[in-house]
Design a protein around this ligand. Structure first.
Ligand SMILES: NC(=O)c1ccc[n+]([C@@H]2O[C@H](COP(=O)([O-])OP(=O)(O)OC[C@H]3O[C@@H](n4cnc5c(N)ncnc54)[C@H](OP(=O)(O)O)[C@@H]3O)[C@@H](O)[C@H]2O)c1
Length: 262
């Protein structure tokens, strides 16, 4: 095991908000901070950049769409640290506004990463979270505006306190199927990104509920948060402005042990 027994993992952290979160955690989190990237070259370059700033993140490859990759990270965490203290599910994609890829493909690809990839990471890594651990799922305020554009029946399902993970998965799959049939606008908003982030927010509520039920005494906090709109995702077409969007995420990742749970 590492001399530093505490460990934080940030998904999709070779650039953007994830990189900023790693930089901040390196300064504030008392333990090792794992910078992950699907592309090892990009990940190592990001680590090098932070080392030049005097920080000391550890690199590990992670593609959230690749179960083998997630499981390799899980085994590394188990072996080296005996678990995980902080998980920031940050990795995500968004098609450019002007992208001409057919909408059903955009829907499938966006949900594959933002919802199903985040879910796969959670399935493998949440069981590793140690008592007092913190989990932050990076969603978006777009999930709120998108939810309001869903049919009343769908809104009721998403807002339900008893919705199960299986039901949520069924709804996310139904969105993709409806886009393929060309009928999604009867019930859904016309935004694959927005629907994927509804999925992330509702999944977070389900996982927080499960942690409260199954690991009540462990004081684990799981939050979904929006980093704000301070800069546009590099996969979007508009101009990036400033960083700083990492503040709320870092706050959720290291907030006091006696803070109320979600
Ligand atoms: N920017 C905003 O204003 C804003 C607002 C609300 C919410 N968000 C959310 O904040 C998060 C970060 O956004 P950002 O602006 O920093 O985006 P970004 O600059 O595009 O960075 C996204 C990161 O996710 C990684 N990624 C994508 N697919 C992945 C996969 N399959 N496995 C592992 N990593 C993967 C990317 O890796 P590559 O470099 O290899 O592509 C990159 O490191 C996202 O979840 C986004 O939805 C952003």
């Amino acid at each position: 095991m590492s001399s530093s027994s505490r460990v934080a993992v940030v998904t999709g952290s070779n650039k953007g908000i994830g990189l900023a979160v790693v930089r901040d955690l390196c300064k504030k989190f008392p333990g090792d901070v794992i910078l992950t990237a699907r592309n090892p070259t990009l990940g190592q370059e990001a680590v090098k950049k932070l080392k030049e700033e005097g920080l000391n993140p550890v690199f590990h490859q992670l593609d959230i769409n690749d179960l083998q990759s997630i499981q390799t990270l899980r085994e590394f965490l188990k072996e080296r640290y005996g678990g995980l203290d902080v998980l920031v599910n940050n990795a995500g994609i968004a098609f450019k506004v002007a992208d001409t890829t057919p909408f059903p493909i955009q829907a499938e690809v966006t949900l594959k990463t933002n919802f199903f990839g985040t879910r796969a990471v959670s399935a493998e890594l949440l069981p590793l979270i140690k008592p007092q651990g913190r989990v932050v799922n990076v969603s978006s305020f777009v999930s709120v505006s998108s939810l309001k554009k869903c049919s009343p029946e769908l809104q009721k399902k998403f807002r339900s306190d008893t919705i199960t993970e299986e039901e949520l998965v069924g709804l996310m799959n139904k969105f993709v199927e409806d886009t393929k049939k060309g009928v999604h606008e009867k019930e859904w908003p016309n935004t694959a990104y927005g629907v994927s982030k509804i999925g992330v927010t509702v999944l977070s509520r389900i996982h927080a509920r499960q942690l409260n039920e199954q690991r009540k005494g462990d004081n684990i906090l799981l939050n979904a948060c929006c980093p704000g709109w301070p800069r546009v995702m590099s996969s979007c077409s508009r101009v990036a402005v400033v960083t700083g969007s990492n503040k709320g995420i870092v706050l959720c990742a290291i907030c006091a042990r006696n803070s109320p749970g979600t």
